[in-house]
Design a protein around this ligand. Structure first.
Ligand code: A2P
Length: 334
């Protein structure tokens, strides 16, 4: 009996996880859907069937083999170890375990081999990190990344249901319901704050881009600076990236490497105004890259534009890919 749990099944990412599991035909004999105590006992319809929502404690008692977590960092911190102790593989979408040296931080196209049979808590990186490393990893292997300057344009859907409620209310001319996701209006606005500010005056989101990129690319000395901005966009996150390499490269080589990389789509025909946009990336599993050009102001440097659906490859798709890997490797028996 293969049992799969989705913890946070009613949330933005949880719902997307269920959709991607269906599309990827992830096998299971029993599906356990968990949410907060307030939702437990209610029904959630999935694939034409009503499922009972359970609490996280009940989900542990049902002994799932794999649990896909997207119920916030505090829920993951509190409960992931109990799932692991019950013999479950936890794939956690929160930031709770990402920098823990015992937990692999995995983008399957890059470093699935970090997962071993004993990795009981596997961390899904932050959405903005996933799409950036997906595009930079093939280039890093060939030319060696020296420094990254990234500015993000992040969909409000990344802040969850309350951000969607705030956006929709403001769009319809109503006051945002409490609790608000943001201190500023998000409709018709850009907010240069994703998550809370830290002592160094960067936001937590900006520092996630720094630390997680270093861990995934395996280079603790990599130089990287980020500005993360929330934008009134539904479909995905966009990133303007300036990257300097240790080695010289030609634009044509970059095109070839990106075209050949799994999970990436190169969309770069400026003369026809063809480049990725979040609207057109919405609902897609791939990361899209365009606007490739040499940085004419310094040596060995490139500018590029990277877009992905933050709820898909930035969260649900990456997590479901990790679950598929566990099954492929027979760490979890189907
Ligand atoms: P619920 O719908 O019962 O509040 P989002 O980030 O899109 O708002 O989704 C958050 C998800 O995490 C929801 O499924 C939410 O369930 C769930 N959640 C929030 N707090 C808890 C908690 N303490 N225990 C379990 N699930 C939680």
């Amino acid at each position: 009996m293969l049992k799969i749990a989705v913890v946070g099944a009613t949330g933005m990412v949880g719902q997307e996880m269920l959709m991607v599991m269906d599309e990827f035909q992830l096998p299971y004999d029993e599906l356990i859907l968990a949410a907060s105590a307030g939702s437990a006992g209610k029904k959630l319809s999935y694939k034409g069937k009503d499922h009972n929502l359970v609490t996280v404690e009940e989900a542990i008692r049902m002994k799932p083999d794999i649990a896909l977590f997207s119920a916030g960092g505090s829920t993951s911190l509190e409960y992931a170890p109990a799932f692991a102790a019950a013999g479950c593989y936890v794939i956690d979408n929160s930031s709770a375990w990402r920098m823990d040296s015992d937990c692999p931080l995995v983008v399957p196209e890059i470093n699935a081999d970090r997962i071993t049979q004993t990795s009981r808590i596997i961390a899904n990186p932050n959405c903005s990190t996933i799409q950036m490393v997906m595009a930079l990893h093939p280039l890093h292997r060939k030319f060696g990344v020296d420094r990254i300057v990234v500015s993000t344009y992040q969909s409000f859907t990344g802040t969850g249901m309350k951000a969607v409620r705030q956006y929709e209310a403001e769009k319809n001319g109503h006051p945002a319901p409490e609790p608000r996701a943001y201190n500023h209006p998000i409709f018709e606005n850009c907010i240069p704050q994703c998550d809370v500010f830290l002592d160094n005056l960067y936001t937590k989101e900006e520092m996630k881009l720094v630390h997680e990129t270093r861990k995934i690319l395996g280079d603790p000395s990599l130089r990287i600076t980020a500005t993360a901005v929330r934008v009134p966009v539904y479909g995905g996150h966009s990133e303007s990236v300036n990257v300097s390499f240790h080695k010289a490269f030609r634009l044509e080589e970059v095109r070839q490497l990106l075209s050949a990389a799994p999970g990436l789509i190169l969309l770069d025909e400026p003369s026809r105004s063809r480049y990725p946009t979040p609207l057109q990336a919405r609902g897609k599993n791939e990361v899209q890259v365009g606007r490739l050009r040499m940085d004419e102001s310094q040596e060995n440097a490139l500018n590029l534009w990277i877009v992905a659906d933050n709820l898909r490859k930035g969260a649900a798709t990456n997590a479901v890919q990790i679950a598929s890997y566990l099954l492929e490797k027979a760490y979890v028996k189907n």
